[in-house]
Design a protein around this ligand. Structure first.
Ligand code: ZN
Length: 656
């Protein structure tokens, strides 16, 4: 006892110098994060892929964070100070990435569900929680103020196309003034009142035009349900109005919810809809929307989110998690939000190869417990496909057909996917092949919608949209006849411009230590250091752009795009050389042109015009050195040129 007391005293005395010692220990054992990660990968024999960058990241107490017995504990320790994390991708393969606020581990999902279950143990307590979630989710989305601003207009409708057992009609519905949501209505040919299924779309390629979407809509229509699908905000025909980049905004989340509600409002004004049989069904991001729509709109009688639902993943697109819905009522998740649908029929389709692999053991048992409060445990079903991945394939569609056939008494004898006609994309559009039928009053930019949202919040997005506009204009200048190529190129160039911008903005010149410029012998300027910081951008960014351009364009067209990036500097500078060196030979011209083209290709990876000019300066020096080595005297030529220009100016003034 006595001894212990003494030790404590000694420790307390030691404390002060100890703190000082810690602050002064050599450089806090700092090492660049990239070195530490390379060492970890060699030491443990693993491969790392980077979805983040390590430039400028220096790790204190670096080697002390490595645990010789555990690669994963080591990675956790070295990545945590930078808010980065890892994901095991396979045997000895790890992907490194930045913190994702919308994604947690399965273990965290389990802990959260256990916590949520501790908040309620009977129907009464659950109903209280339900009421809190209903109100707070609406408040977070600010959806009621948006719904109040809607216009009530009749939709624009296309002619009706008749197929085997069903029809398709395109529509555009004006929601906010000048803002349209476009989609297609698949209706049964059979007479009588029909069930209605609203089908919000996910992020699968080609959006709602894709084959498996048309198959599902047509098949359900043949079976007796009217099905409606519609574009994501900023996708399909919505892109005509707000551009693609607008999709990656939190506004997309509430606008898409508003679209779903407004389409249902309209559909209920149509004849032959059985108001008791309203369903909602979507896959992936469309599944996330399915759950949100059931929370916001109590008109639904059955719901089927497909390959989306999990307690540990909110959906990685801003249209799913851009607004902090899961912070409602001190924290919730999509499993609890789906539970709000109890006791009505709910089908969860999950698979073994994405985040929904936990559904059978985690989310489904949780949902059953909530349904048990209503004595309707059987109303929640899970179809789990352990060998399948993230898609809306045949087995997922079958699960959806069976579910709606059973809850809405659809005609299963008409279930035959082969009877569905796949229409070309353009047939499913209401505004024409190239948007030529977009109404006069249509909003033409995302900016016009900012009267409904907090402007400041979208500053970054607006700058992205200006890049998208640039890409669109550059591609338009090529006057391509192939629409698919034009769309591909616009996305390719936009992605490149955006990556360059983001890299530039997250890698300030201060990341590059001050030093001496080896060619001038002077200290590096801020511009020099910024060029160095920007030049560390991964080479793939450049290669992806160039390979993409060359895939669909001729060499002349590729050059035209590169000239757009560099505002025609190659031709402009070449003209300068021709003026300064009047007897420039063909051979000299070829060499100079090749230098300038090199400058151009390098310069496209820099954000500001100042930087682009600086890159050209480097190559201009090379050109001038070449001319000197070719028996010319650049300084003298330049001097003579300046004098000639001066003399011409003076002569001009005299005659004036
Ligand atoms: Zn989205």
């Amino acid at each position: 006892m006595k001894k212990k007391f003494k030790t404590t005293i000694i420790c307390m005395v030691c404390c002060i110098p100890l703190i000082n010692a810690q602050l002064t220990v050599e450089n806090q054992f700092r090492r660049p994060l990239s070195d530490v990660l390379t060492e970890i990968s060699q030491r443990f024999g693993i491969r790392l892929t980077y979805n983040m960058d390590t430039i400028g990241k220096v790790l204190p107490y670096a080697d002390f964070r490595i645990r010789p017995y555990s690669v994963e504990e080591s990675l956790t320790n070295v990545l945590a100070p930078f808010d980065d994390k890892f994901e095991k991708q396979g045997d000895r393969l790890y992907k490194l990435k930045p913190y994702e606020y919308y994604r947690r581990t399965v273990q965290e999902g389990e802990k959260m569900l256990n916590y949520l279950k501790s908040l309620y143990s009977d129907k009464n307590q659950w109903e209280k929680r339900k009421s809190c979630l209903y109100h707070e989710v609406r408040d977070i989305l600010e959806i009621d103020s948006l719904l109040a601003k809607r216009v009530q207009k009749k939709p624009i409708l296309s002619n009706v196309r008749k197929f085997d057992g069903y029809t398709v009609q395109n529509f555009a519905l004006e929601t906010l003034p000048g803002l349209y949501v476009a989609g297609s209505i698949y209706s049964p040919l059979a007479k009588g009142d029909h069930a209605l299924i609203i089908c919000p779309n996910g992020h699968f390629n080609d959006g709602r035009y894709r084959e498996d979407q048309q198959i599902r809509m047509g098949t359900l229509a043949r079976m007796g349900a009217v099905c409606v699908d519609y574009d994501l905000f900023g996708w399909g025909e919505s892109a005509l109005q707000v551009g693609n980049a607008a999709h990656r905004s939190s506004a997309a989340q509430v606008i898409q919810a508003m679209n779903g509600i407004t389409i249902l409002d309209y559909m209920l004004t149509r004849k032959n809809i059985d108001k008791e049989k309203i369903g909602v069904n979507g896959g992936s991001g469309g599944g996330t929307q399915t759950v949100l729509l059931t929370v916001l709109d109590n008109r639904y009688a059955a719901a089927a989110p497909v390959v989306s639902l999990a307690s540990h993943f909110d959906g990685g697109c801003p249209c799913e998690s851009g607004l902090p819905v899961t912070l409602a009522c001190s924290g919730t998740n999509n499993a609890e939000l789906a539970a709000l649908f109890a006791p009505r029929p709910l089908l969860i389709v999950s698979d073994g190869k994405d985040w929904t692999s936990s559904v059978p053991t985690l989310e489904y048992p949780y949902l059953k417990e909530i349904y048990r409060y209503y004595d309707r445990e059987k109303n929640v079903q899970n179809v789990h496909l352990p060998d399948e991945g993230h898609d809306f394939g045949i087995n997922k569609r079958k699960a959806v057909y069976d579910f709606f056939a059973s809850v809405f008494s659809l005609d299963k004898t008409q279930l035959d996917e082969k009877k569905v006609t796949i229409e070309p994309e353009d047939n499913l559009k209401i505004f024409g092949k190239n948007g030529e039928l977009l109404p006069e009053n249509a909003v033409r930019s995302f900016e016009e919608l900012l009267i409904y949202f907090d402007k400041k919040r979208y500053a970054e997005l607006l700058s992205d949209l200006s890049l998208e506009k640039k890409a669109t204009e550059w591609v338009a200048s090529l006057k391509l006849t192939n629409h698919t190529d034009a769309v591909f190129l616009t996305t390719l160039i936009y992605n490149h411009l955006k990556t360059v911008k983001d890299w530039h903005n997250t890698h300030p010149y201060t990341l590059v230590p001050a030093g001496i410029n080896p060619t001038t012998g002077k200290p590096l300027t801020e511009l020099d250091r910024q060029l160095i910081a920007d030049s560390a951008m991964p080479k793939e960014v450049h290669e992806t752009l160039m390979n993409g351009l060359r895939k669909v364009l001729s060499e002349d067209q590729v050059e035209a795009i590169l000239d757009k990036y560099t505002v025609g500097k190659v031709a402009f500078t070449m003209k300068g050389y021709q003026a300064i060196v009047p007897d420039l030979t063909k051979e000299e011209e070829t060499v100079i042109l090749s230098y300038l083209k090199q400058a151009r290709e390098q310069a496209i990876d820099y954000k500001s015009m100042k930087q682009i000019s600086a890159i050209f300066e480097i190559y201009k020096t090379k050109c001038e050195q070449y001319l000197n080595s070719n028996g010319r005297n650049w300084r003298q030529l330049y001097k003579a040129y300046v004098e000639k220009v001066k003399a011409e100016k003076a002569a001009q003034q005299n005659t004036d």
